[in-house]
Design a protein around this ligand. Structure first.
Ligand code: SF4
Length: 170
């Protein structure tokens, strides 16, 4: 499990697609483990980080996966845990039976390129949208930034609920 969270950390701290690709296989393995069984909070890691990104690549697999992420966030209340997902169905089903951890920031990854979704779905804090480079340039508040300098996604209640980035070319 510690290894798992370290993988997510590597993606977050280096904020680099190349590194993310290297870590992706191990991260998938972790997601599978998190989705198999509910993990006792005492077996979840305590981390020293102030911010953490989850699912920069990959997706929520099921309710068990999301519940374990909630438990991880509760175990680390000092850490702002940002989760990107396209699965509000999973999130909302789980949150019918538990409170959302105060330090868990839910970001809806809008799958439709070029259609900015301004209002986050129920229980979500923000939307993350991709647009073609020439579209809505004045709304592209993510384009060209490094997370470590920006941190818009990670800060709770900062008044920004719509993130827009131009589609990256690799
Ligand atoms: S808006 Fe800022 S914090 Fe969010 S993904 Fe873009 S660069 Fe990172």
């Amino acid at each position: 499990m510690l290894q798992t969270i370290s993988a997510a950390n590597a993606i977050r701290t280096r904020c680099c697609q190349r590194i993310a690709r290297i870590w992706r296989p191990r991260y998938s393995e972790t997601a599978m483990r998190l989705s198999e069984n509910l993990i006792d909070p005492q077996d979840l890691p305590f981390v020293a980080d102030a911010f953490m990104r989850i699912n920069a690549h990959g997706e929520l697999i099921n309710g068990t996966h999301f519940e374990n992420i909630c438990r991880f966030a509760e175990k680390n209340p000092h850490c702002s845990v940002a989760l990107w997902t396209k699965r509000p169905d999973i999130v909302n089903r789980v949150l019918q039976g538990r409170d959302k951890p105060a330090n868990l920031i839910l970001i809806y990854s809008n799958p439709k390129i070029g259609h900015i979704m301004s209002k986050p779905p129920r229980n979500f804090d923000r939307t993350f949208n991709n647009v073609p480079a020439e579209q809505d340039v004045d709304r592209q508040n993510c384009t060209g930034q490094r997370c470590i300098d920006c941190m818009l996604c990670y800060k709770p209640a900062n008044g920004v609920d719509t993130i827009v980035e131009k589609v990256k070319k690799y």
